[in-house]
Design a protein around this ligand. Structure first.
Ligand code: V47
Ligand code: SF4
Length: 366
């Protein structure tokens, strides 16, 4: 028996999803605009369960934000500082080693490493950073640098994009996180992050990274000045790239936090918008395996609900998140494995601890 939809348009979308027919831009806009939140969520949940059953993934990871000095100063970023500003920092390799050693007894499987574009650091720093991390944590995957950093490093080194990626890969880079895309659109770029690479360059770089055999995630920063149409266009652009490269692993919707940014007047995203963003991603990105509910940004309780709105992954234990907390996030700075598993079980799903490539971990004692 078909579920009851309050919005007739969702019937057609449900039929398309069941037949495996790709959703159109209008369908994407409808998922965002429908008053029938549960209807949209139910379709996304069906698509999620078809791929993953009642499994919900998480990873034991550690974040390292090696510098907050950044020359780009995007309007939405609370994290970046100028060199002379109080609170500006750049970690030496010794500092990075110390932070890794502090947690060496923990079973960390992934190191998530990103930072600002700090002109005092040379290309060698990045290579040595990767080598140092690999030496201390040889079993963990290094998920580091966004396309923004790759573009910057290729200019810094003068090596060109392909050779830069090859050198980083040679030094230990295993995969890349999805940041830096924001909303792939000229209007948003010119207004919010004019100094950062634009969508054309982001797409060029992500394709080169995928061609080099490095998988990446993709993100969408929502809840600022973008329109629904611009969000859906962003998802369709990612879907088209994925058709070509098959190099995206997961998609992560990122809810904008305005505190300490240059747009402090903007209100927080609502729970309804957060859930619709997860559902729209699951349904529009029919060629992505994984949709993450990033608990740091939407909070632990709503991420539990998001598992029933299309998400199959809660990211990870994290330890010491800085970027969103500087912008006012009230979630924890890290969670234990027990807390992650408890969150998942209480939401009605079976937790599976994974590595960076979604291979289940066995023998973790959980
Ligand atoms: O690129 C910056 C965003 C990103 C704010 O790939 C902000 O697994 C909200 O990309 N409010 C970095 N968001 C984080 C990121 C990420 C996080 C977790 C997992 C993965 C993954 C990737 O955070 C930036 C930018 O898009 N951001 N400022 C802010 N005020
Ligand atoms: Fe720099 Fe990234 Fe912040 Fe933009 S979002 S100012 S590129 S650290």
């Amino acid at each position: 028996m078909d579920p009851i939809f309050m919005d007739e348009r969702l019937k057609q979308i449900y039929a398309k999803v069941r037949q495996g027919t790709r959703l159109s831009k209008e369908d994407g806009i409808c998922i965002y605009q429908t008053p029938d939140l549960l209807g949209a969520g139910m379709i996304a949940h069906a698509a999620r369960c078809a791929r993953h059953g009642n499994t919900a993934f998480y990873v034991y990871n550690q974040h390292l934000n090696y510098t907050n000095i950044c020359k780009n100063r995007c309007r939405f970023c609370a994290y970046a500082k100028d060199r002379q500003e109080s609170g500006a920092y750049a970690w030496s390799l010794e500092e990075i080693s110390r932070r890794l050693m502090d947690r060496i007894d923990e079973p960390v499987d992934e190191l998530h490493i990103v930072g600002g574009l700090n002109e005092t650091l040379g290309f060698d720093y990045y290579i040595d950073l990767l080598k140092t991390v690999k030496q201390i944590r040889p079993q963990a995957a290094i998920k580091a640098f966004t396309c923004v950093e790759i573009d910057y490093l290729s200019r810094l080194s003068g090596l060109g994009v392909d050779e830069t990626i090859a050198q980083l890969k040679g030094a230990g880079l295993d995969m890349m996180p999805g940041g830096g895309a924001e909303i792939l659109n000229t209007r948003i770029h010119d207004t919010l992050f004019p100094k950062k690479i634009d969508h054309t360059r982001w797409i060029e770089i992500v394709k080169a990274v995928h061609k080099a055999g490095i998988t990446t995630n993709a993100t969408m920063l929502y809840g600022h000045i973008e329109t629904i149409e611009e969000r859906v266009d962003h998802l369709i652009t990612l879907r088209e790239i994925q058709d070509e490269t098959h190099g995206f692993s997961a998609f992560v919707p990122l809810a904008f936090h305005s505190k300490n940014t240059r747009m402090p007047e903007l209100p927080p995203t609502t729970a309804v918008d957060d859930l619709k963003s997860v559902a729209a991603a699951r349904l529009m990105l029919d060629n992505f395996d994984h949709i993450k509910a990033y608990w740091v940004m939407i909070g632990e309780p709503l991420s539990q609900v998001a598992l029933s709105f299309g998400a199959d992954d809660l990211d990870g234990t994290i330890i010491e998140e800085r970027i969103t907390h500087t912008a006012g996030a009230s979630s924890a700075k890290g969670l234990t494995r027990e807390q992650m598993e408890n969150m998942i079980r209480k939401a009605g799903f079976e937790p599976v601890q994974r590595d960076s490539f979604y291979n289940p971990k066995t023998g973790t004692g959980s």
